[in-house]
Design a protein around this ligand. Sequence first.
Ligand code: GLU
Ligand code: MG
Length: 438
Amino acid sequence: MEDAAPGMVFVATSDLAGLLRGKAFPAAEWEKRRLRGVGWTPTNVQITCFDTIAESPFGSLGDLALVPDPATRATLTAGGSLPVDLVLGDIRHLDGRPWDYCTRGAARRALAALEAACGARVLAAFEHEFQVVNQPPRAGDAFGFRGFRDAQPWAEALAAALARAGCRPDSFLKEYGPGQYEITVAPAEGLAAADQAALVRALAHDILPRFGAVPSFAPILDPASVGNGVHLHLSLVDAAGAPLTHDAADPHGLSALARHFIGGVLAHLDQILALLAPSEVSYLRLTPHRWSAAFNNLGFRDREAAVRICPVSATDPEAVARQVNFEVRALDAAASPHLALAAVVFAGAEGVARGIEPPAPTAEDLSLLAPAELAARGFRRLPQSLAEALAALDASAPVRRWFGDGFVDVYLAHKAGEMQRLAGLEWPEKCRAYRDVY
Ligand code: GLU
Ligand code: MG
């Protein structure tokens, strides 16, 4: 029946720039396109967030297919406008083999590596902060009821659209910063969680302007103000869905499996950071006292930690075991959620395979410690610029093993193209450039 429906289906890839790009086809063609997809060009992978084309090893050559994944098909309607079905796709060779540079493919490979290492799967929830950029912020609105009420019309429309698309909104609030809001959707299994994160951003941009509010998820809008973080909440489950993150005997409630996963993330965090916080201005956010992440530390309920053990509200042991989760706080929305998830899960799987212990959890201001003490306790300042993070990625044998040399080299060229576009700009101008994209 639905194939006879009018309207269009837009099949999208969440690309290296963390943006959705793709092509539309008539809904009546679904059965054909579901298998065949739409044509895609290898060099599209080098379209930067500023729509310049970075150096590409593919040039004008080659043909690929962007093939929709029916599980992600969602009908978007907002404010009486024409409906459209948005569906995420995988980039494949014409013979159906996955293409190495597809972000969804990378996430799939990472999740498979984790499962192969220990049988675990991840449940993930992306918590997004963003700011409304076209309305003057008001004082007194941090976490405010008034700020919430200002947003209620678009927040309800967004929540309803997310629910229709199969996401369960978990919480919504007027965040601390000027015009800043936060939305969290309930946990979903690995790949679906990344798909939903892409949808949250797309739907917010689709819906809010219809209510007169223009959102930006850019990592930071003003070098002197707060950042917009993406916090990736994770827990581990077995194939039957039973929780694997908790151990009541551990002082911080973590199972050995979860500790090793976190150990792997923290041991490789400097090397994967360019995939998690991939814009130049991301590094204005990743500084001490912004409640983001500046060191490779595990925090016990500490919001300045790269990975934070989150509190649980449940009391009965079974519910506690299900609720225990930790969040990776070094992400932002310039990152493809699929690539960020892939990087974190590859690093976590490596930690599990090698039994890497994280440094002891902190609940203190690490920026006050002398370098020698930091080093003695296993802490490192994270890269302080995109260039530094890219150099760490480039030099990382593990990252090259997980993602492949081809992928890493293409990513480095992509980012070099992005940075070229920003050459000579002052920080406020760089912030504005990213503000308008994300
Ligand atoms: N805005 C902070 C960030 O950039 C997070 C604040 C919070 O703890 O919610 O990550
Ligand atoms: Mg927040």
